[in-house]
Design a protein around this ligand. Structure first.
Ligand code: CXF
Ligand code: ZN
Length: 367
């Protein structure tokens, strides 16, 4: 069967809208007619080839659509069901068995390698394989093959374009605060970086009842949106030392700092911002694999500081995504404030707009 896809034929694009051949779903798989897909920064990192992506390839990992066909053994969804797609996991390692699929021991090969263990692809063009299986979906296409473990069934009246970005970016930011750092009512939160994930961390702070929420972000337009969606204070890092600016608001230091920037000069400041029993959560991926975050040992052990890495906001998928969907439906997750929709064919324009600060979170729509 043929479907239009945004094919990456070389590192860093451009994405080319071309017909590809899509195979039938196999054991545990389903074919989804994609109706909307968010663009996540990780798609661009994978598309650079830095993680060993083979070309041509189809990326995309915030898909939402309608099930068209299911493979053998699939009983949780059926053709006609609306589904939200998210990250994949093996289901059999100790982390998956503990309900912690974001730390699946196979996370990298199942999500970021875009190659199956047996080397097979479900996409091809002109008889040649096209790399797929990006986060178990490759949803920059009108049709995608997903897996039972990385889909959540939605209500028949679900708004697919509105829900698509929950699958990665929004759940990462909200979950980082609510789940990974276990935010409690009245706690203070500093967020470094006001992209989609950082702004979602602010939304997580609001849901958790945080008392003081501070965003550190160089772009004025992003600081303005942060204030609209729940930040109490915003700090321009160009205006002076960010540790001093945070401590002018929180003299005893912050309970939580979440970094969504991966920009090391900014991340390094996080250790000076927290107070006793403070927690630092790292989400942003630095440009270099050799990046190191120095921690002042004596200060940290006496104050009981924690630094931890965060993947997908510690989402367990089956419990957390339905929770987020309910918050969205009730108007408690106004991430639409920083989403811009584009027709699927305008994928390159959407990426260019994001590069130039004209858009924060792009969602591509079909039809
Ligand atoms: C990724 C980001 C890089 C580390 C693994 C998880 N999440 C999705 O974009
Ligand atoms: Zn992502």
């Amino acid at each position: 069967m043929e479907a239009l896809a945004a094919v990456l034929n070389q590192p860093n694009g451009p994405f080319e809208i071309e017909p590809v051949e899509i195979a039938d779903p196999q054991e545990g798989e389903l074919r989804v007619a994609i109706k909307a897909v968010g663009i996540c920064h990780t798609d661009l990192v994978l598309g650079s080839g830095a993680m060993g992506l083979q070309f041509p390839a189809v990326l995309g990992h915030e898909g939402a659509g309608v099930v068209e066909a299911v493979g053998p053994g699939v009983t949780s969804v059926q053709p006609g069901d609306k589904v939200l797609l998210t990250f994949n996991s093996c289901g059999s390692c100790k982390r998956c068995e503990a309900g912690e699929p974001a730390y699946c021991l196979q996370f990298f090969p199942l999500n970021m390698q875009c190659v199956r263990e047996d080397g097979s692809t479900r996409l091809s063009k002109g008889g040649q394989p096209v790399a797929d299986n990006c986060f178990g979906q490759s949803s920059f296409a009108a049709k995608a093959i997903a897996n039972v473990r990385n889909v959540v069934k939605l209500d028949p009246d679900a708004d697919l374009a509105a829900l698509a970005p929950l699958g990665c970016g929004i759940q990462t930011g909200v979950g980082a605060v609510m789940r990974s750092l276990n935010a409690r009512k009245g706690e203070s939160l500093v967020v470094i970086g006001g992209g989609a994930v950082g702004l979602s961390a602010i939304l997580g702070g609001k849901l958790a009842g945080c008392a003081q929420i501070i965003l550190i972000e160089p772009q004025e337009s992003r600081r303005a949106i942060a204030l609209e969606v729940g930040a109490d204070h915003v700090i321009d890092p160009a205006a002076g030392d960010t540790i001093e600016a945070v401590r002018a608001i929180l003299p005893e230091g912050a309970d939580m700092v979440v970094d969504s920037s991966g920009f090391m000069p900014a991340v390094e400041k996080s250790v000076g911002m927290i107070g006793n029993l403070g927690r630092v959560g790292l989400i942003g991926v630095p440009g270099s694999l050799d990046a190191v975050l120095p921690v002042p040992m004596v200060q940290w052990l006496t104050m009981g500081g924690t630094v931890r890495g965060i993947v997908e906001g510690d989402s367990d998928i089956v419990g957390f995504l339905p929770e987020l969907i309910a918050h969205q439906a009730a108007g408690r997750l106004p991430y639409d404030r920083f989403v811009t929709r584009y027709p699927f064919e305008q994928i390159n324009q959407a990426i260019d707009d994001a590069h130039h600060g004209k858009c924060i979170k792009a969602v591509l729509t079909f039809d």
